[in-house]
Design a protein around this ligand. Sequence first.
Ligand code: SF4
Ligand code: SF4
Length: 299
Amino acid sequence: MIKGTIFNIQRFSIHDGPGIRTTVFLKGCPLRCLWCHNPEGLSREIDIEYSPVKCIGCGRCRICPNGCHSIRDGGHYFDRDKCDKCGKCVEACVSGSLLVAGKDYTVDEVMKKVESDVLFYKESGGGMTISGGEPFYQSEFTAALFKAAKEKGIHTAVETCGFCSDDALQRALPYIDLFLFDYKVTGAEAHKAATGVDNGVILKNLKTIDDAGKKITLRCPIIPSINDNNEHFEAIANIANTHENIVKVDLEPYHDLGAAKYTNIGKTPAFSHAIPEKERMAHIKEYIEGLTEKKINIS
Ligand code: SF4
Ligand code: SF4
């Protein structure tokens, strides 16, 4: 039976498509965007999260068979190099300081949770969104989950970076009502420098989705020093103008709310910058509005 590795199922989500939604976050992503704020979604493998602010220093985690946890000099030390992710310390920790990010679910197990909020979807025009990580990284599970949702009459949306094979896209395409499609950086080389891959496949997939008549919201992170320039803004407008089914463009200003998540999984953020000011975002919106009649939002 097909299973997907999921790091969060978020009920009552209001930022991942229309209405009230359940958002399913899948693990694994082929990109490495410098500014990623969901680092626990990058790896396909489970992660052990340790949050120092929740630790009460009780020492129960020293149950670890590999001796990964120690309490000394008034501090808690976690030697991740020796960790084989057995989860025993997580079970022992009573404060919520230790958590496992990532659990395998069947489609039926996820649908049971998704269907419990059907009344809210109906009232609000909401539904189910699959996010990540990158949903098409686990493409068979993603397609099966979308198919199951459509069979129950639930509206479906996907948050995607667009980097996947045509096979992976085609498998799920008939069951997706709305694409929340990232447009990150203009130019193949610049895209590769900022995300690890060039954007040829991504632009091809965007055209495939548009040609299939699927509704698209173009999601554009605005990252100071990386894509905060007129050439990129003009490219956003051009893409909006040349893809009939792009119904709106969401500008998403850079934020650093993911920084603590990197610490919790033993990693360091690859990028840090001051957050764009409201005036700057308003200017960018106005600039793009001058080049397209498509609706432009600031998220
Ligand atoms: S997950 Fe297992 S190996 Fe890793 S620190 Fe916890 S108890 Fe030790
Ligand atoms: S069991 Fe949890 S709260 Fe106790 S010392 Fe370990 S991490 Fe901290």
